[in-house]
Design a protein around this ligand. Structure first.
Ligand code: DLL
Length: 440
């Protein structure tokens, strides 16, 4: 058996065997957490849950959820389930205000994590012959070290370039014969933008795979990236609280992100009633870590909205998929009673012109006290040189965008065009939504 098939075998196991493994691991992680985390015992007591009533995975719905605020409240080590001398690393989630959420990892946790990232790379078709340039940030953020360890485990040659220094990204892709890059999709837009400016020849490189995640991106964005560079762009999903990148990843069929269910048990719940929903229904993604020893977490509410897809994937993997994350529940904007998702804005803009990848959404209060949603769109250099000094044509183009947004989302957007290169570029996760409603 090759290293390839050994690493990926759990992806293809019969579903009843997978469920049996999940059941056994779930009872183990539940017991460990109950015995070792006083906070968890209190949580069950507060919710009147008798731990003896948890006899199988089918009982999981009796258990309370764990929320982001619980991890903040127990900062830094209140959820630790093992002795501190077993902890070999911390990472932290990318919160910008208040205390971060810190996550302790044991050696076993790092091992499972790198195995999962390696399984993603296998699914993207990467092996020992590949050169992987990791442009995710290295540090407390899990993107850099996560892809780094997974790439090393897969046997790739890893280039730990991190985010920023975009000229060097382009230079090393060429000089070190890089075959795969991993970074946020928004940072890769920046790389493409510089490549355009300097007349970079993607065809003269060996690059064929892009590994994009850590933030939402759309199918339209995938098409843009692929058309510009000739690579195949794959989705990778994950979150710090559960491990990092590689909780799931796409396969070559690209019909959803396969979740590594033998390590992370997924559920979908109704975000309002918190009742479990069947496969195929949209709701909030909830995870239970089945193997974590440093900070196991049971029924963690991710706030990511998606659905579980159980239908067989043509690739043969039996582990379920999630659909592309449609949004985070915190990112949904309710404007004059209508739900607006950032992805709808991105899809609309790229449908008008596939180059309209730099945009921002600003929310404010109008003179009538009602919410105003404004989309600021950066013109591409081509469009600007085509229309730049013709006010009537610019206005026509602006109106075309506004109409597309209105017909897709169902409300009026204030639509503003801005000059090429005038918006800040991202090195990691991009901020696209600016909510000034409470500051007016
Ligand atoms: O973003 C881990 C990661 C690093 C994933 C590199 C993929 C690649 P956090 O900083 O804790 O961890 O943020 C997790 O980012 O709950 C989602 O809302 C969002 N997210 C992550 N991957 C995707 C994706 C990393 N592929 C939060 N599509 C998650 C959409 C994503 N959103």
């Amino acid at each position: 058996m090759t290293k390839y098939s050994m690493l990926s075998a759990p992806d293809f196991m019969p579903v009843d065997r997978l469920r049996a493994i999940q059941n056994r691991k779930f009872l183990g992680v539940f017991r460990r957490t109950y015995e070792n985390v006083p906070w968890y015992r209190e949580l069950l007591a507060k919710n009147n849950v008798d731990p003896n009533s948890i006899q199988s995975l089918a009982d999981i719905s009796k258990l309370p959820f764990i929320k982001k605020t619980d991890l903040r409240d127990t900062y830094p080590n209140g959820m630790l389930a093992t002795a501190m001398d077993k902890i070999v690393r911390y990472h932290a989630s990318s919160g910008t205000t208040g205390k971060p959420i810190v996550v302790p990892y044991t050696r076993e946790d790092l091992d499972v994590w790198s195995e999962c990232v390696s399984r993603c790379l296998t699914a993207y078709g990467l092996d020992e012959s590949d050169v992987l340039q990791v442009g995710y940030g290295y540090g407390l953020f899990t993107g850099g070290l996560g892809l780094h360890d997974g790439g090393t485990r897969r046997g790739c040659t890893v280039i730990p370039i991190s985010g920023g220094n975009t000229e060097r990204h382009l230079m090393l892709i060429q000089d070190l014969q890089v075959t795969a890059v991993a970074c946020t999709p928004s940072y890769f837009l920046h790389v493409i933008d510089l490549a355009d400016k300097v007349g970079y020849d993607w065809k003269a490189t060996k690059l064929r795979v892009g590994i994009f995640g850590a933030e939402p991106w759309t199918e339209e964005m995938r098409r843009f990236i692929e058309a510009k560079t000739g690579i195949r762009a794959y989705d990778i999903y994950g979150l710090t609280e559960i491990s990092g990148p590689g909780v799931g990843g796409e396969c070559s069929c690209r019909t959803g992100v396969h979740i590594f269910e033998d390590h992370f048990y997924p559920e979908i719940v109704d975000p309002d009633t918190l009742q479990p929903l069947p496969d195929g229904e949209m709701g909030e993604l909830v995870f239970t870590t089945l193997d974590k020893t440093g900070m196991p977490i049971i029924r963690y509410r991710t706030r990511d909205i998606t659905k579980l897809v159980a239908e067989p994937c043509p690739c043969g993997r039996t582990i379920r998929r999630i659909a592309r994350i449609s949004h985070r529940s915190d990112d949904m904007m309710i404007i004059r009673g209508v739900n607006v998702f950032p992805g709808q804005v991105e899809s609309s803009l790229l449908a008008v012109d596939p180059g309209l990848v730099n945009y921002q959404i600003h929310l404010s209060k109008g003179a009538d006290g009602l919410d105003v949603i404004e989309v600021r769109v950066e013109l591409t250099r081509e469009k600007f040189s085509e229309l730049g000094d013709n006010t009537a044509s610019l206005e026509k183009f602006r109106r075309q965008i506004a109409e597309k947004l209105k017909s897709t989302v169902g409300i009026n957007f204030k639509t503003t065009l801005v000059e090429p290169d005038s918006m800040p570029r991202s090195q990691g996760k991009i901020k696209r939504i600016f909510d000034d409603r409470n500051q007016q």
